[in-house]
Design a binder for this molecule. Structure first.
Ligand code: G3I
Length: 374
């Protein structure tokens, strides 16, 4: 069953929110949650790890159910996990993930069907176009087919572009040429005709890569392939100043007649090795306190900077809400974020809305406040 959403119950007159039914007023009173606050704007999602899917932690579980109406599996639907050997699939966790979404009336995103990374060993050994095509066909038919009608959207192809907008020389590109992208979308459309099909990538708000993505999407459309949206991942730094690019990207992608989703949102508050101009290339950053400055807590000044970044970003999202389908955070809370382990292992990062104790941070309040002051 595909998820349906309740219609608007609040209207604004001269900037004042007026409620027309008792039930929606009650909802507003208890609506200090992201999914309620933005229910008429876009979906609000989170990437779930295995511990969340298995409902191992009560605090995390309560938070997910309270705040989010969309879920994406952070790792467990990637080929390496779900299809570890040529004739072996492992649906143990993915079945539970989809059931979790259905049980909680959430919009369920599949991530991801075709990606050069986290491929099973047997695929990396493939050396002929026929065998790779066979893998792609079987993989998409089996995985997308299994969840047909139960899942709302697929990231069909992930990260196919280089920073300059050309196509990445992945195994798929090398053996099948650029047509592999069309083949993957066509297979997905056949396996799950109802799911919204997305192309997903990072940095595609940046001009050169965006241009490449637009060309790619136009080609798919011109060849009659179904593509419903583009996912801008949104792995950014609090030092990035990219709102102009983000706005241009929303407008330009939307002009193609597709939806825009922000699929993996987070802001690192820590320096990245490549931020350090002139840094010694071979320098080892692990265990370097200058690269991991907030091991005890996040200073107020940085907390405020993070809040301001998110507030400005969500103000932009609201301006373009008619073009945006979903905002998904890449993780549930700071303790769970992949940014504690990348690009330097064992750091203490603070990229999300909820802290290590599952409490909302200033960024959360600042963003919710946009709804009460709009
Ligand atoms: O499951 C194994 C475990 O058995 C092993 O002991 C351990 C040792 O390192 O590794 C575990 O696998 C890790 C896996 O996450 C599951 O936790 C991998 O090392 C680790 O590299 C992997 O990282 C994931 C990364 O994708 C892989 O490329 C991150 O959690 C995940 O957040 C990240 O997500 C990607 C999106 O899918 C696509 N866009 C970029 C985004 C961030 O890189």
């Amino acid at each position: 069953m595909h998820v349906k959403y309740t219609p608007k119950t609040w209207i604004k007159i001269a900037g004042i929110a007026i409620c027309f039914s008792q039930s929606s007023c009650v909802q507003k009173a208890e609506s200090s949650s992201l999914k309620n606050a933005f229910q008429n704007d876009f979906l609000i999602g989170a990437a779930l790890g295995t511990e969340h899917i298995l409902e191992k932690n009560q605090k995390a579980d309560a938070l997910i159910k309270r705040e989010f109406n969309s879920i994406t599996p952070e790792n467990i639907m990637k080929a390496e996990v779900i299809h570890p050997e040529a004739n072996k699939y492992d649906f143990n966790l993915s079945d539970k993930f989809v059931a979790y979404g259905q049980k909680n009336n959430m919009y369920v995103v599949g991530h991801t069907l075709i990606w050069h990374s986290q491929l099973p060993a047997f695929v990396n050994k493939i050396s002929t176009a026929d065998s790779l095509r066979m893998f792609m066909k079987e993989h998409i038919n089996t995985v997308a087919g299994r969840y047909s009608g139960k899942l709302n959207s697929w990231d069909v192809v992930n990260e196919a572009l280089n920073e300059d907008g050309t196509l990445r020389e992945s195994l798929f590109y090398k053996l099948l040429g650029e047509n592999y992208i069309k083949e993957a979308f066509d297979l997905a459309a056949k396996a799950d005709p109802q799911a919204a099909l997305y192309y997903n990538d990072y940095n595609i708000e940046q001009p050169a890569k965006r241009k490449g993505a637009i060309a790619l999407i136009k080609k798919l459309q011109a060849s009659g392939t179904k593509i419903d949206g583009v996912g801008i991942q949104g792995h950014w730094s609090i030092n990035d100043n990219n709102l102009k690019e983000v706005e241009d990207a929303i407008v330009e992608f939307s002009a193609l007649g597709i939806k825009v989703a922000f699929t993996e949102l987070d802001y690192t508050v820590l320096p990245n090795p490549w931020d350090l101009k002139g840094a010694e290339v071979n320098q080892n950053f692990e265990g370097n306190p200058a690269m991991n400055m907030y091991t005890e807590s996040l200073p107020d000044s940085v907390q405020n900077q993070l809040a301001k970044r998110y507030e400005d970003l969500f103000r932009l999202f609201l301006k373009h809400k008619d073009k945006i389908s979903r905002i998904t955070f890449w993780g549930v809370n700071d303790g769970h974020s992949w940014l504690n382990g990348w690009p330097i292992k064992n750091r203490t990062n603070y990229p999300l809305f909820f802290d290590r104790a599952y409490q909302p941070k200033k960024a959360y309040d600042a963003v919710l406040n946009l709804k009460s002051t709009n």
